[in-house]
Structure formats: structure tokens, C-alpha cells
Design a protein around this ligand. Structure first.
Ligand code: GRF
Length: 222
């Protein structure tokens, strides 16, 4: 049972929504003391919106082409987001850059999950680029969102090995398995008020984090 005072989350998603589903399931099971107050996006047909509606959560998408520019779209989208009065905004596979004006009121209250060990491999196609670069480890990062693409302060990371014979799909699947527990672990800390952003520094229990937390990593079997 989710208590009335549980932190309210707004989730932004553009696609399949597996991270959103992990959050919905964790809330339903009582593993995450939060409630998903609304799901918002830029693609009306995104499966993430369907997942939200199936769970009885309000879901709305605006189409970028209906707006003159990115700032106009962001302002309208964040207007919708604000209408559900979230405590935190979670970008979970939201595939558009967010502008400074929209983000400003939400500094320290908006996070994103990115499928790489930031600051490596910002942007798209991270799994193929990790394989091409020959790295031994890849993974996912959860970071506070700033207007810099995948550039905000990193809260936590999950690592996976890159295995011989991996292609972008096998590696993406291995990373995705860690994304869900990573996202949930960060949300638990954030919703409990233990993770905060002080200017550009991530703090845990009021102390600066010297390095991103390492959570939910997958090691090679010994
Ligand atoms: C995930 O790999 C996430 O890290 C990235 O986009 C993908 C979204 O997956 N930002 P899903 O929509 O949550 O299934």
C-alpha cells in the first residue's frame, strides 16, 4: 500500500518503457516507497504510455512537430509534468535533449538513466561504440540531468563485462538487466532524501560522494 505522503514521481519516456515498468512493479510490490503520478513523452504511440495506462497511471504525450521550437515543446511538456506535482522527475528512455529553461526549476530533482559508464559514450549507440572501442567493461549510469547531453553529475553506476562474441544486442540486454535494479536503488535513496545535489556535487547523507556509487553490477562468474 502506497502511503499518501510517498514521494510523487513523474516519468518521461519515449519508447519501450522497461525501466518505467520496473518502477511501477517496485511501487506495487512495496519495494519502492513512491507513487508514479504521471508518465509523459514525445511519442504518442510509445509502449511506455500503454504500460502506464495499464497500471492506471495518467499518461500524456505531446508531439514536437506541433511546436515552433524545442523550448516551446519543453515548456508545454513541463507544464503537463508540473500539473501532477511531482517531487522528482525520472527520465527513463526519454530520447530528447532538455533545455536549460525547462530544467532550471527542477535542478537536483530530475534524473536520467544512460546505458554507459559515464563520462564514456555519451549519446546514442553506446553498446556498439563500447564494443568497437574494445573496452572490457560497460554498464549504465544514473545522473542528475543538466542541459549538457548525458553530462550531469553521476549518482551511481552498474558495471557489466563485455564478453567475447558480444554484439550490440547481447551487450544491451546484459546492461538492461542491471539498469532496473540500478534505477530502483537510486530512487530509493533519492526518495528517502539521502541523495541530494549541492550545486554540482552529489551528496549522500550530507557528505560529498567522492565517486559514483557502484550498485547492481554484474561480475563474470569466478
Ligand atoms: C535504456 O537503455 C536507457 O538506459 C536508455 O534508453 C533505454 C530505455 O529503455 N536511456 P526502456 O524504454 O526503459 O526499456
Amino acid at each position: 500500500m502506497v502511503a499518501d505522503h510517498s514521494p510523487r514521481l513523474a516519468v518521461l519516456a519515449s519508447g519501450r518503457g522497461s525501466n518505467l515498468q520496473a518502477i511501477i512493479d517496485a511501487v506495487a510490490d512495496g519495494r519502492l516507497d513512491a507513487r508514479v503520478a504521471g508518465v509523459f513523452g514525445d511519442r504518442p504511440k510509445a509502449f511506455a504510455l500503454e504500460r502506464a495506462r495499464d497500471a492506471g497511471i495518467e499518461a500524456r504525450a505531446l508531439r514536437p512537430r506541433d511546436f515552433a521550437d524545442r523550448d516551446g515543446f519543453d515548456a508545454a511538456l513541463f507544464n503537463e509534468v508540473a500539473s501532477v506535482q511531482p517531487d522528482f522527475i525520472v527520465c527513463a528512455g526519454y530520447m530528447r535533449l532538455l533545455g536549460a529553461a525547462a530544467l532550471e526549476p527542477w535542478a537536483g530533482r530530475i534524473i536520467n538513466i544512460h546505458p554507459s559508464l559515464l563520462p564514456d559514450f555519451k549519446g546514442l549507440d553506446t553498446h556498439a561504440r563500447a564494443i568497437a572501442a574494445g573496452v572490457a567493461e560497460h554498464g549504465a549510469s544514473v545522473h542528475f540531468v543538466t542541459p549538457d547531453l548525458d553530462g550531469g553529475p553521476v549518482i551511481a553506476q552498474a558495471r557489466v563485462p563485455v564478453l567475447p562474441g558480444d554484439d550490440a544486442d547481447t551487450l544491451a540486454a546484459r546492461v538492461l538487466e542491471t539498469e532496473h535494479p540500478l534505477m530502483l536503488a537510486v530512487l530509493q535513496l533519492l526518495c528517502a532524501g539521502r541523495i541530494t545535489l549541492c550545486d554540482t556535487v552529489v551528496e549522500l547523507d550530507g557528505q560529498p560522494l567522492p565517486a559514483p556509487l557502484q550498485l547492481a553490477s554484474k561480475r563474470l562468474p569466478a
